[in-house]
Design a protein around this ligand. Sequence first.
Ligand SMILES: *[C@@H]1O[C@H](CO)[C@@H](O)[C@H](O)[C@H]1NC(C)=O
Ligand SMILES: *[C@@H]1O[C@H](CO)[C@@H](O)[C@H](O)[C@H]1NC(C)=O
Ligand SMILES: *[C@@H]1O[C@H](CO)[C@@H](O)[C@H](O)[C@H]1NC(C)=O
Ligand SMILES: *[C@@H]1O[C@H](CO)[C@@H](O)[C@H](O)[C@H]1NC(C)=O
Ligand SMILES: *[C@@H]1O[C@H](CO)[C@@H](O)[C@H](O)[C@H]1NC(C)=O
Ligand SMILES: *[C@@H]1O[C@H](CO)[C@@H](O)[C@H](O)[C@H]1NC(C)=O
Ligand SMILES: *[C@@H]1O[C@H](CO)[C@@H](O)[C@H](O)[C@H]1NC(C)=O
Ligand SMILES: *[C@@H]1O[C@H](CO)[C@@H](O)[C@H](O)[C@H]1NC(C)=O
Ligand SMILES: *[C@@H]1O[C@H](CO)[C@@H](O)[C@H](O)[C@H]1NC(C)=O
Ligand SMILES: *[C@@H]1O[C@H](CO)[C@@H](O)[C@H](O)[C@H]1NC(C)=O
Ligand SMILES: *[C@@H]1O[C@H](CO)[C@@H](O)[C@H](O)[C@H]1NC(C)=O
Ligand SMILES: *[C@@H]1O[C@H](CO)[C@@H](O)[C@H](O)[C@H]1NC(C)=O
Length: 511
Amino acid sequence: MESARAIVTQHGLCVHCLLGLILPLLSQAGEILPVQGLPNTTFSISGDLNIGVVMSLHSYDKRSLCGDVIRELGALQRLESIVFAVEEINNRSDLLPNVTLGFTVLDDCYNDLTALVRALQFVQKSNETDVSDGQSSLPAVSAVAVVGAEGSPRTLQMADVFSVFRVPLLSYASSSSQLDDKIKFSYFSRIVPSDNMQARAIVDILLAFNWTYVSILYADGSYGTEGFRAIQDHLERNGYCVAITHMLKNTFQERQYNETIHKLLSKPQARVVVLFTTQAQALELFSAVNRMGVHDKFTWVGGDSIGMNPHIFAGLEHIVNGVISVNFISAPVERFEDHFSNMTLKTGSRNPWFGEFFADIFNCSLNGSFKACNDTVKIGTSREYKPESTASQSMNAIYALAHALDEVMKNCSQPAVADCVEPSVLRDTLRKVSFQGEGLAISFDNHGNGQTSYDVRNMVVENEVLVQNMVGNWDTATGNFSYFNKVSINGNCFYFNKVSIYGNLPYFNKV
Ligand SMILES: *[C@@H]1O[C@H](CO)[C@@H](O)[C@H](O)[C@H]1NC(C)=O
Ligand SMILES: *[C@@H]1O[C@H](CO)[C@@H](O)[C@H](O)[C@H]1NC(C)=O
Ligand SMILES: *[C@@H]1O[C@H](CO)[C@@H](O)[C@H](O)[C@H]1NC(C)=O
Ligand SMILES: *[C@@H]1O[C@H](CO)[C@@H](O)[C@H](O)[C@H]1NC(C)=O
Ligand SMILES: *[C@@H]1O[C@H](CO)[C@@H](O)[C@H](O)[C@H]1NC(C)=O
Ligand SMILES: *[C@@H]1O[C@H](CO)[C@@H](O)[C@H](O)[C@H]1NC(C)=O
Ligand SMILES: *[C@@H]1O[C@H](CO)[C@@H](O)[C@H](O)[C@H]1NC(C)=O
Ligand SMILES: *[C@@H]1O[C@H](CO)[C@@H](O)[C@H](O)[C@H]1NC(C)=O
Ligand SMILES: *[C@@H]1O[C@H](CO)[C@@H](O)[C@H](O)[C@H]1NC(C)=O
Ligand SMILES: *[C@@H]1O[C@H](CO)[C@@H](O)[C@H](O)[C@H]1NC(C)=O
Ligand SMILES: *[C@@H]1O[C@H](CO)[C@@H](O)[C@H](O)[C@H]1NC(C)=O
Ligand SMILES: *[C@@H]1O[C@H](CO)[C@@H](O)[C@H](O)[C@H]1NC(C)=O
């Protein structure tokens, strides 16, 4: 890999990233100088082949590159699931035999600029020690490929840098359609499909019901705006019309949510509302519907953000009854959860962030300033513990890389196996792997997007309990449903716009 100094001459290629802000951080030797507020903590277990991992472990803090607040427990589960997967692979004799896999984890602190700095740590030369000014630099990390980031805005930063410096990047969660540009992001792949596909699946549901006149609400930011654009595009292509389109900002308060519902109500013929929002926004929206007592006025269709954790809608069952959602398939991995839930401060101690998560969920102190943490208590005894479905995605990413490296190693005759890894060969090999992952089969399309299918779920109240019925499956490989059991869908109300949008709409047709 090239030294980070090369960025100074090559950054013209990288017009979309924040390199201009980073240049002052580089020393004469091209190293990254310590940055105020940016911890240099790494979690490393080294092997013959090392994978870099960038995760969001600390929360976003607009005043610094890294906040002090540790994220929710799920973030620790994803991190430990990676450690677990690497260990499993090293235990296996059929995958990467005689080669140990290692890893180095860095924290992007949920911050785009931090993610960029982390990307640079992978491209600077690891052999240089900066003695010019007596300051130690941020540690350079050597890796054959990098797994990350979680959120698309941070992955975009890294994908930009890595396309210039030729580092294969594999995300397990970033689904933004902005990352579809494989000329720009030539070294980027992901195990998840692009949101563009989710938008197509949503539109196919509208088509199946002849819901020709709909409203769209979407989140501020790339997830929402790109999703909105894709939905609008697919709708127009099918000659459909959009009634209200409205962007929900993160700063919205109760008043703005009230206004949003009023706006939707102003188009009484557009009773179907497509949501490309965050889960928190969906919750605010449904609460507003509840306050206004208009639960029988809408049918909601949306993506993962509303289908993923239905328990957050507790108390709003009568509102979400009938929601249809298109979901990326992801389920907890039992053997990992069994291991993770038994972890204690003691067994988690090699992970430098474990204690922070632990102290946070048990409200205890690691340094004796108040109630001391008990180092034999199992993390699974916390009330905040629940099996984490996204851990399957981070594990699948590690397995995908292991399968690709296994292929590459078959041609390797050098004693230092890392020397056999040509970045473009690893990337191309990765995009050709196919294997049974956790919960689903993993493979990639030609552009390095995950080729899987979406579940179509219908949220309904049955015996006063909110359940999700699987009513369909939409395959990204064929761009069509593999099945769709329309008549099984139930809920508050379903409007079948059988007549053209200009005529009288038939009212309420419950199936
Ligand atoms: C990390 O930063 C600490 C001070 O914050 C410093 O003592 C340590 O040497 C640094 N480690 C590396 C590997 O640069
Ligand atoms: C790997 O093998 C060791 C030794 O048999 C075992 O203790 C460990 O639990 C295994 N790890 C995983 C993740 O399966
Ligand atoms: C792994 O190492 C063992 C012992 O050195 C050797 O017998 C075996 O052939 C090696 N396997 C592969 C796939 O290289
Ligand atoms: C590290 O740098 C030293 C001195 O510049 C050089 O002799 C050595 O070969 C380098 N090691 C590696 C692994 O590049
Ligand atoms: C949708 O419209 C098409 C053509 O107008 C019609 O053939 C089909 O039966 C309609 N489907 C439903 C579910 O109303
Ligand atoms: C939102 O609407 C509800 C019901 O109409 C009302 O009770 C509440 O005061 C409104 N909130 C705001 C902030 O306007
Ligand atoms: C975790 O603990 C439970 C009971 O406390 C035990 O049954 C199980 O075998 C343990 N699992 C592992 C992987 O240690
Ligand atoms: C955590 O513990 C401290 C000291 O025991 C207490 O003051 C604080 O209220 C607790 N916080 C929570 C969220 O329980
Ligand atoms: C002890 O840890 C708490 C957080 O767990 C931190 O707020 C406090 O500053 C620490 N105190 C010392 C003396 O390090
Ligand atoms: C720590 O937790 C263990 C197991 O839950 C318990 O037996 C022990 O009493 C606890 N120790 C303290 C000091 O609270
Ligand atoms: C391994 O070598 C064969 C023969 O040269 C070649 O066709 C194949 O593409 C190589 N595979 C990888 C993963 O490098
Ligand atoms: C899509 O699937 C439906 C039923 O699952 C089928 O009737 C239809 O022909 C398929 N369309 C295409 C383009 O394959």
